[in-house]
Design a protein around this ligand. Structure first.
Ligand SMILES: Cc1cc2nc3c(=O)[nH]c(=O)nc-3n(C[C@H](O)[C@H](O)[C@H](O)COP(=O)(O)O)c2cc1C
Length: 219
């Protein structure tokens, strides 16, 4: 067992990345949280509004530090082994509020993304289900060291995609999502409990040219 493994059930933070009340991504996040809980893993379902924060501003960071919403997300991330984001696609990319959130939280030292696994899902009324936004979302997360699961899930025609009780209308898709979630959890479990790989990474915050690059290693 890994030296830093905790004995309790795995913990996974799940949130939808749209602010609007009727968000289909919030519904998809809720369904994924239910699927996670059904496997005996603890799901921490959050709402985007739990992490309200202003646009990133270096002067505000220097004078006031991180906003409460960013610290709240940092705390929730620190208490989980993995996270799931259900994100809409805006103009073939991720929503600005989500990127802003990642930017603020990346300023925490040590930043919490690098020790986590992530599963990315999306919902959109379009035919591709917002999948292009997820490819864009992989970039900052992988840059920060998150181990982003290779498989993703995108729900096309999401406005017609849910039953009254929050399941997917298409039972084949429901099964595929459940299988993707279960496979993701198996990988997280294997890594958190058993894998003893040494991880190496470099941190460079990019704000001062003379700032040293920090090399870290962890067993
Ligand atoms: C600014 C903006 C840009 C959008 N661009 C795209 C897009 O590129 N691809 C897409 O599938 N949907 C796009 N949409 C539609 C969203 O997918 C749709 O609003 C979706 O319902 C948002 O997710 P939600 O239901 O969780 O709020 C866009 C919506 C907005 C507001």
């Amino acid at each position: 067992m890994r030296a830093d493994a905790h004995p309790g059930p795995l913990r996974v933070l799940v949130f939808g990345a749209a602010l609007r009340a009727e968000s289909t991504n919030a519904r998809l996040a809720s369904l994924v949280a239910r699927m996670i809980a059904d496997t005996g893993v603890t799901a921490d379902l959050a709402a985007m509004r739990d992490f309200d924060m202003p646009p990133y501003d270096g002067d505000a960071e220097a004078s006031e530090g991180l906003p409460e919403g960013a610290l709240a997300l940092r705390d929730r991330l620190e208490h989980c082994d993995a996270f799931v984001i259900s994100s809409p696609e805006y103009n073939a990319s991720m929503p600005g509020v989500l990127k802003n959130m990642i930017d603020w939280v990346s300023r925490v030292q040590p930043q919490p993304f690098k020790t986590k696994h992530a599963l990315l899902v999306s919902a959109s009324p379009s035919m591709v289900g917002g999948n292009r936004g997820l490819w864009a979302l992989r970039v900052p997360l992988e840059h920060l060291g998150t181990r982003v699961y290779p498989d993703m899930f995108s729900l096309a025609k999401a406005h017609q995609g849910f039953t009254e009780d929050g399941m997917l209308t298409d039972s084949g898709l429901q099964e595929r999502l459940a299988e993707t979630v279960a496979a993701f959890l198996r990988l997280v479990e294997a890594d958190v409990r058993y894998v003893c790989l040494q991880r190496r990474w470099y941190e460079f915050r990019g704000d001062r040219t003379e700032a040293p690059v920090t090399q870290r290693a962890e067993d």
